[in-house]
Design a protein around this ligand. Sequence first.
Ligand code: ATP
Ligand code: MG
Ligand code: MG
Length: 549
Amino acid sequence: TEEKSLNFIEEIIEKDLAEGTTGGRVQTRFPPEPNGYLHIGHAKSICLNFGLAKKYNGQCNLRFDDTNPSTEETEYVESIKEDVKWLGFQWANELYASNYFDQLYAFATQLIQKGLAYVDDSTSEEIAATKGSTFEPGKNSPYRDRNVDENLRLFEEMKDGKYKDGEKVLRAKVDMAHPNLLLRDPVIYRIKHAHHHRTGDKWCIYPMYDFAHGQSDSIEKITHSICTLEFIHHRPLYDWFIEQLEIYPSHQYEFARLNMTYTVMSKRKLLQLVNEGQVTGWNDPRMPTISGMRRRGYTADAIRQFCETIGVAKRENMIDVGLLEFCVRESLNKSANRVMAVLDPVKLVLTNYPEGQTEELELDNNPEDPNGGTRIVPFSREMWIEREDFMENPAKKFFRLGPGLMVRLKGAYIIKCDDFKKDENGNITEIHCSYLPESKSGNDTSGINVKGTIHWVSVPHAKVAEVRLYDRLFKVEDPSSEEGDFKEYINPNSVEVLSTVYIEPALANTKPGDRFQFLRKGYFATDLDSTSEKLVFNKTVGLKDTWAK
Ligand code: ATP
Ligand code: MG
Ligand code: MG
């Protein structure tokens, strides 16, 4: 196997392990806020955090960052667990920031006692107005010098529900002239009379992200707390709380978040698409969510490979969605069984094949997989073939069917086109061919070589299916950076439904999640809507990269 060079986080970890900084331990965490479904960006963070723990014999916690009761729901918690497992990872501990509310409250009290936090009666507007700017120091709040006892009493009253939302906040007392605006007395607790999905109505004050995240890391003795670049300016605050509280020194490291072309990735935007009916749900196969990609037919292995390929960078960039599709294609090429499906059917009759006769042909499931096995495909006098595989006036290099042309039916016989029928509109309705009995695949003594092979499905044996074809959800590479609302850039033709597709009878018992290569047509997956009465398939990805650059 080839040696891969270490990414910058692996370098840090190896140095820490070599120097014993973390006591020889690697403990990471993946900290989703349960306010939406996970997307491909989260997959990158999951692969990184769980991957590092695995590589260095450490542990990775799944920690729900559930400190904002108004946007968080149990449905999201469940979907996140399902998605992480599906990606192939197992957490060491399932934890919730809300488990630490008592401890966080005690930490806040300690800060007050040290003279490092105060209750502020200013409104959020007043606080914002006194923050200053990069060029100007902020102004001290008139409440900044409240004494410890008063602060302790007021903070307790906040907790006990004596005040309304926004009436008071608890702020850390750092430095209103600090060059980093985040350290100008940040708000660390706010009042919010809201029901929490786990703690119910126990609390009406909730810690802010900056006061919850680092301390949660510290409580769990996280050694390497990995987050995205936007948090780089939060790191001094992360360190300040840990230092003042004299608790386990977790460290934060930042990497570049994943951005991908033709995709929006903020949960807020994805939620809008769901709520406004632009998609059928979080798991719509066009969504960049893990559940959407799973439903579309993407494999966990392809997503992990993608995350591995893009690596871990310190600077933001934009990844071509074609790279993800490439990884999906590579993965499915190895694992997906080949079957025949006719998406745009026209009837073909083998005029010299005995009426009522059926042959059972044995076809390979996957030429890429020596253990792929075989399946039986019935053959008869009437076939469905693709309309595009016939031309009334064939072009020069058209090696398929047309008057007088010969082609091989995949895994079966060579046939020759003798005649065809048209309706009054000029549409081809039936193609008449004769087959060469001595040309049977695997036992061909005809001595004839044909250039083309086409797929087919026997008419009396065919099952009908619905097939959903997808295009990009957005018309532009970076919808979020365009002028106006990102939804103006939605591709109005991102799904096309084919209601009458003929497939081999071997697919009659397919279950949601099964994946196939429809010969010559691409990769397809059985949709969640599929039942034995109504089969439904999603197009996962084409066979080749059809995206013109
Ligand atoms: P969003 O912007 O979609 O709301 P978020 O960062 O608020 O994302 P969280 O649930 O807080 O969502 O994210 C959990 C973890 O996943 C965090 O550590 C976060 O940094 C990481 N993460 C989120 N989006 C991406 C991304 N696009 N690329 C890499 N990591 C990401
Ligand atoms: Mg977040
Ligand atoms: Mg968010």
